[in-house]
Ligand binder design. Structure first.
Ligand code: SME
Length: 163
């Protein structure tokens, strides 16, 4: 097992994600535990790209409430209602939300004042049930684009595979 925390800054994004996905799946080989996977992915994504905050909000009341799960970064808010902020928007619509400038997003929830842009990706289980959302915050504007969206949605495919 390749127990290494990769630093992929400096590599082209698509290449970095491809390497990270392979690495993550190798580490999680034989593991069937969502919390272990969320913890491992938060750690690897956070350090690979040097993000500000990387982690999961888990669905604790379907259609109603998210609660913070495994993450890396400064203190995250504990609970987010569906429909509130970027995480709540992604949970309510079941779609990835890319925010180039958090100050321009109505209702954005500020946990760390340094956050400038973010991406939130829904995480589905094997029956398309919403398990969580992955939230990544950056201290730079417009950090995330279609490459991130596609790669992160693919990475989150780990949770929808039957095992
Ligand atoms: N940015 C999020 C709130 C969560 S934290 O940033 C950790 C939002 O508006 O949904």
């Amino acid at each position: 097992m390749a127990e290494v925390t990769l630093d992929l800054r400096g590599k082209p994004k698509a290449e970095a994600y491809a390497e990270l996905k392979q690495h993550t799946e190798a580490i999680l080989e034989g593991i069937d535990d969502e919390i272990t996977a969320m913890s491992t992915m938060s750690c690897l994504l956070h350090h690979a790209f040097g993000h500000l905050w990387t982690g999961f909000y888990r669905v604790v009341q379907p259609g109603k409430l998210l609660r913070v799960g495994p993450y890396q970064g400064t203190l995250g808010c504990l609970e987010i209602t569906f429909g509130k902020g970027v995480c709540g928007a992604a949970a309510a619509t079941r779609e990835t939300v890319v925010v180039p400038d958090v100050h321009a997003f109505p209702g954005h929830i500020t946990c760390d004042g340094r956050s400038q842009s973010e991406i939130v990706v829904p995480v589905f289980g094997p029956n398309r049930e919403l398990l969580a959302v992955l939230d990544i915050d950056s201290e730079h504007k417009a950090t995330f684009d279609e490459v991130d969206r596609r790669a992160l949605e693919e990475l989150m495919g780990w949770f929808s595979r039957k095992r």
